[in-house]
Design a protein around this ligand. Sequence first.
Ligand SMILES: O=P(O)(O)OC[C@H]1O[C@](O)(COP(=O)(O)O)[C@@H](O)[C@@H]1O
Ligand SMILES: [Mg+2]
Ligand SMILES: [Mg+2]
Length: 341
Amino acid sequence: MSETSPISLTRFLIEEQRAHQHLNADLRLLIEVVARACKSISIAVGKGDLGGVLGDAGTGNVQGEAQKKLDVLSNEILLEANAWGGHLAGCASEEMDDPHPIPDAYPKGNFLLLFDPLDGSSNIDVNISVGTIFSVLKCPDGVTNPSAEHFLQPGTMQVAAGYTVYGPSTLLVLTLGHGTHVFTLDRELGSFTLTRRNVQIPPDTREFAINMSNQRHWEAPMQGYVEELLAGKTGPRGKDFNMRWVASMVADVHRILTRGGIFIYPWDKKDAGKPGKLRLMYEANPMAFIVEQAGGAATTGRDRIMEVGPTALHQRVPVFLGSRNEVAYVTEFHRNHDRKA
Ligand SMILES: O=P(O)(O)OC[C@H]1O[C@](O)(COP(=O)(O)O)[C@@H](O)[C@@H]1O
Ligand SMILES: [Mg+2]
Ligand SMILES: [Mg+2]
């Protein structure tokens, strides 16, 4: 086989397993199963109206959000695909109140899988990129029927994380703790092929991603930081910044992985009781792991996301991630503000 032959996800995983002792066959199977489930979701997303998958499901999730048909379908696809392989001890999903046990009929493994089955739900019906986000943890030793407490591990304990983007092409972005790698779905072959190895996020940027319509609800350091960005060349930052907001975290993060930038979903006073919008276990932690493995950084505006000690399965956090120097700048901005206060 020539050195330039395309590298399939299967080959990539086998080679990673040879190179790194801690990757075992169960973890390899888990990633392959998730990737296969994501292919099914990609097909459903691609059919759109023809597949009758657009619109509301008429149900709500544990977060009190209205579910789309594709939220429910994607959740079912991931659960079904992962039930019988013997690689998992349990699953938890943004769309389910409690962890989902592996049926007794099937063998159990040592991994815990957490996922946001369909990210960017508000974009489903308008034909804009959506995705899936997942995180893999080890089940604590001796636990065969994990409950919520067993999933409450900090992001630093993740053994793998990834996301897919269902866009003009379907991409799988994966880290197993040794860099971040991009695979593109070859629709004819039906398999993911490695297209970018060891992606590096540029450390500096002139692009930010935030939902500006929430500006009036932000706290003082957020107001101050964005004011500096908007002041452009003649302001304290001495350069013009561009802004982009897809409102699908997967698409916004993928842009940042590709050309740099900073993604921010801060805490705001609109719903002051909530510590943020995005979910620590299904969105913030896996994205933080992927971004850090690509040379970027991820904080809550004050602390490293992956060191947050989770207290609830559906916990929310503020998210600042992307180009490491920009994330360091905004994090220092918040800390300075706190010191003065
Ligand atoms: O609509 P807003 O407030 O701009 O929020 C957009 C954010 O919400 C999310 O859609 C939340 O994810 P879900 O679609 O999984 O609930 C993120 O993908 C995105 O970054
Ligand atoms: Mg989401
Ligand atoms: Mg979702």
